[in-house]
Design a protein around this ligand. Structure first.
Ligand SMILES: [Fe+2]
Length: 299
């Protein structure tokens, strides 16, 4: 297989695979795809004959379990694991999908049914490159301060008079779980570092939900340090400034499928006009069916 480089803004440049020999995506060499994915964190499959009804047959090849997605999203094509991307037309700042939640997907898939003609590009930032560019005082801050996300998910029907009960979660960093029948909510605190280890040796990545716009993320009630204090705005602003120079705009072509390492990359979206039709399907692999770093460590 011949992979083209996408951008120097990414560590190892990303990988674009154009279907020149008119093969079927499900026939590609799985081991090679996994190896390129682990190295680059981003593969764009272009020119394959895909259709939304069959896309899960492709993602199944690399997936052990799918994530239960945010309930706000609309399901598509009658399939449980196909969802629209975030609703509305506004700009979405960089984030790693559900990095605040107990279920943090390992792979994100985006499939473009129809790109918008103007605007609406997907923004991508490799957290490895961002981490490298952060000054030492900010690195120190995030290496020593995990973030506590206060969460409320609407998971059940409201039952008046039923009160609430403890709901322990068996996930690292998840605590204070409460099932609130009265309001139909699962309330939980998730403690997680904003920086994470990668599939690549000795490289860390800055990948998290710190740059969000709160009104667009109603499930996140607050976001603090362990001692209850806020993250200094000066630090957030500096991270945003540095990340702006590392953003790559992915210009969608119809039928593009992208495979993104969600534990390494952050993504977002540029705003677009209401009269533009844009249809992008999102699939979230919670756990891949290959282990973290498996093709990197045995070389
Ligand atoms: Fe997202």
């Amino acid at each position: 297989m011949k992979f083209d480089r996408i951008s120097e803004k990414f560590h190892n440049n990303g990988a674009l695979l154009i279907n020149n020999d008119k093969g079927h995506i499900n026939q590609l060499n799985r081991d090679e795809i996994i190896n390129v994915f682990e190295k680059t964190g981003l593969i764009v499959f272009r020119g394959f004959n895909l259709n939304p009804d069959k896309i899960l047959e492709t993602t199944d090849i690399y997936t052990k379990t799918y994530a239960a997605d945010a309930p706000r999203r609309q399901q598509m094509y009658g399939k449980k694991n196909l969802n629209t991307v975030d609703e509305g037309f506004h700009e979405m700042p960089l984030h790693s999908e559900a990095s605040y939640s107990p279920s943090w997907p390992e792979i994100l898939w985006f499939y473009c049914v129809q790109p918008s003609l103007k605007g609406g590009t997907t923004t991508l930032c490799d957290g490895i490159m961002l981490w490298k560019k952060l000054p030492n005082n900010i690195k120190d801050f995030f290496l020593s301060n995990p973030i506590v996300y206060n969460l409320e998910f609407p998971v059940i029907k409201k039952k008046k008079g039923y009160g609430e009960k403890e709901w322990p979660m068996n996930t690292l960093g998840s605590s204070h779980g409460i099932l609130d029948y009265e309001n139909g909510l699962l309330k939980i605190k998730q403690t997680r570092f904003a920086v994470a280890e990668t599939r690549l040796e000795n490289l860390l990545t800055f990948t998290n939900h710190l740059m969000i716009i709160f009104k667009n993320e109603p499930q996140i009630k607050s976001l603090n340090l362990v001692n209850g204090e806020k993250i200094p705005q000066k630090i957030i602003d500096e991270v945003k400034n540095i990340s702006n120079n590392l953003i790559y705009d992915l210009d969608w072509q119809t039928n593009d499928l992208i495979m993104l390492d969600n534990r390494r990359f952050m993504h977002g979206r540029r705003a677009y006009k209401k009269d533009q039709k844009r249809e992008i399907i999102n699939i979230q692999t919670l756990k891949a069916n290959f282990s973290f770093g498996s093709t990197i460590r045995n070389i």
